[in-house]
Each structure stands twice: as structure tokens, then as C-alpha cells.
Design a protein around this ligand. Structure first.
Ligand code: GUN
Length: 282
């Protein structure tokens, strides 16, 4: 039996529809939610991602302001812009598109974002709150993964979850969020022994390593939920995930690439921006 596709497009549309309605309500109270995005340099993939975020903002009625800085900008110039945006009461969410040029320390930049405007959930304050289960901005990709898993109706509690990848943006937070949902979580990475065997134990397999077709069907348990976070180009230049096509023969549920996690990530960003604007009134 072929895996059931978890349609990111449909789920993301539902989230954005809800956001749009609540944005309308805020506007009636005189608050126009606004997301400021900082893009340094001209990384082609980043430019595509930022354009996608702008489109989503337009759909949801959120004002978006994109600050495009030249590749040669200094760290101080980015910090100065962040300070201006931090003080600007009309800006509710701030996102600095990663990766940054190599002469800029991403951690220094992230730490300059006020936690109350950190709609990416990357600041140490939000990461810490997530760790101990306090309300906070959750990072968009892992939060989107959880929504996609829950959309299957399968209860996460008690399941074996394996997260492939340990990045700060996806792997580590995905493991924390799955633990908070009472899954038994294993994080696997490049040094993991018996990777294939560990993956095969997974009822839920989150693939976030960034290698096209790395996860083959012999690594997947029959009926497992496979969440494919990878956005890679294969030898023919076609967009593809970390899971090989054959995985659909064994998985119970599978998120497609494209049209899966990426769209949900963007929808979660809209949700976080809405919440940031709502909290201004509190
Ligand atoms: N680059 C790749 N993914 C992300 C993300 O979720 N947020 C930001 N700011 N940059 C990214």
C-alpha cells in the first residue's frame, strides 16, 4: 500500500485562513500586524524563501517589510538595523534570514532580536522556554512538523520517534517538541552507529539531514509516519527531500517535497507573527 500523502498545501491553507481572520480582528482594533525580514546578500535559495514569506504575509493581511542588505554589510550594520526594528512599535515580528555571510556571527545577530519579536523562535530565551514547556514562540519548521504528524490522527504519545539531524533550527527542537508530546525520542546524526536499525524502530521518522534520497525503504518501518524536512536538488536539478521515492512503498504517511513541510513552516511563521501582534495589547 502506498503511503498517504500529508498535504502541506491544504494544512497550510487552513492555518493561514485562521490567521487571516484574526488579523482582520486586530486591524479593527487599530493594530496592523507587521513582519520585518532582514536578508543579507543574495543567496538564491534565501531570496526564494523570503519571496514566499512575503506572499504569505499578503495572503494573511500582514504587512511585510523586507530589508535587503548587501553581502558586504558589516555585523554592526545588521545589529544597528535590528536595534531600530526592535524599538519600532509598528513592527511585531523580526526574522533574519539564515544563512548569513560568513563574516557575520549568526548567534550575535540572533541574540539581538527581542524575544517578544522573535517569530522564528531562535533566541536563547525562546529556546529555553521551549525546553521547559513554557509558552513561547516555537521554531516554525519543527512546529509545522508536529502539526503535520497530528493531522494524521495518530497519537504521538508513547510512539518511538527518530529524528535524523541535530541542527539548532530543526533536529534539536523537533526532538524537544516530540518529547513534550510524550514520544520516546532518539536523535541520530553523522556519528550514530547502526543508523539503519535505529530508523527502522521509528513509528515517526523526521528526516532533516539535507541529503537527497538518504533515507531508503529498508530504513523505514512498515506504516511509519515519515516527515521529510529535506529540500535538496537531485542530479537532474529537481527539488527532492531526504527520503528516496521508494519510501512511499513502506511508509504509512509521508510528507511530499515540494508541497510538504516547507509550506507548513511558512504558515507557522504567519501564526507566530499574529501572536506577536496580539501580545502587544496585553
Ligand atoms: N533559513 C532556513 N530556514 C530558516 C528559518 O526557519 N528561519 C530563518 N530565519 N532562516 C532560515
Amino acid at each position: 500500500m502506498a503511503a498517504v500523502k500529508i498535504e502541506g498545501k491544504v494544512l497550510a491553507q487552513q492555518v493561514k485562513e485562521q490567521v487571516k481572520q484574526q488579523v482582520e480582528q486586530l486591524k479593527q482594533q487599530g493594530i496592523e500586524p507587521c513582519l520585518a525580514v532582514i536578508l543579507v546578500g543574495d543567496n538564491p535559495a534565501s531570496s526564494v524563501y523570503v519571496a514566499g514569506k512575503e506572499k504569505d504575509c499578503n495572503e494573511c493581511g500582514i504587512r511585510s517589510v523586507i530589508h535587503r542588505l548587501p553581502e558586504k554589510s558589516t555585523q554592526q550594520q545588521v545589529l544597528d538595523l535590528l536595534q531600530t526594528l526592535s524599538k519600532d512599535n509598528t513592527v511585531h515580528g523580526i526574522l533574519v534570514q539564515l544563512p548569513l555571510p560568513s563574516h557575520i556571527d549568526p548567534q550575535k545577530i540572533i541574540e539581538a532580536i527581542p524575544p517578544s519579536k522573535d517569530v522564528d523562535g531562535f533566541t536563547p530565551v525562546n529556546v529555553g522556554k521551549m525546553m521547559i514547556g513554557q509558552p513561547c514562540f516555537l521554531p516554525c519548521t519543527p512546529a509545522g512538523c508536529i502539526e503535520m504528524i497530528e493531522s494524521t490522527g495518530v497519537d504521538i504519545a508513547g510512539k518511538n520517534a527518530v529524528v535524523l539531524g541535530r541542527s539548532n533550527i530543526v533536529g534539536k527542537p523537533a526532538a524537544i517538541l516530540l518529547t513534550a508530546k510524550d514520544a520516546t525520542v532518539t536523535i541520530c546524526h553523522s556519528k550514530t552507529k547502526d543508523l539503519q536499525e535505529k530508523c527502522r524502530q521509528a513509528d515517526i521518522l523526521v528526516c532533516a539531514i539535507g541529503k537527497a534520497g538518504f533515507v531508503t525503504k529498508d530504513m523505514v518501518k512498515e506504516g511509519a509516519i515519515v516527515v521529510d524536512v529535506g529540500i535538496n536538488r537531485n542530479a537532474e536539478g529537481k527539488l527532492c527531500g531526504d527520503a528516496a521515492k521508494e519510501v512511499e512503498e513502506v511508509a504509512g504517511y509521508l510528507t511530499p517535497v515540494p508541497g510538504g513541510v516547507g509550506l507548513m513552516t511558512r504558515a507557522m511563521l504567519m501564526k507566530n507573527t499574529l501572536v506577536a501582534a496580539q501580545q502587544v495589547k496585553l
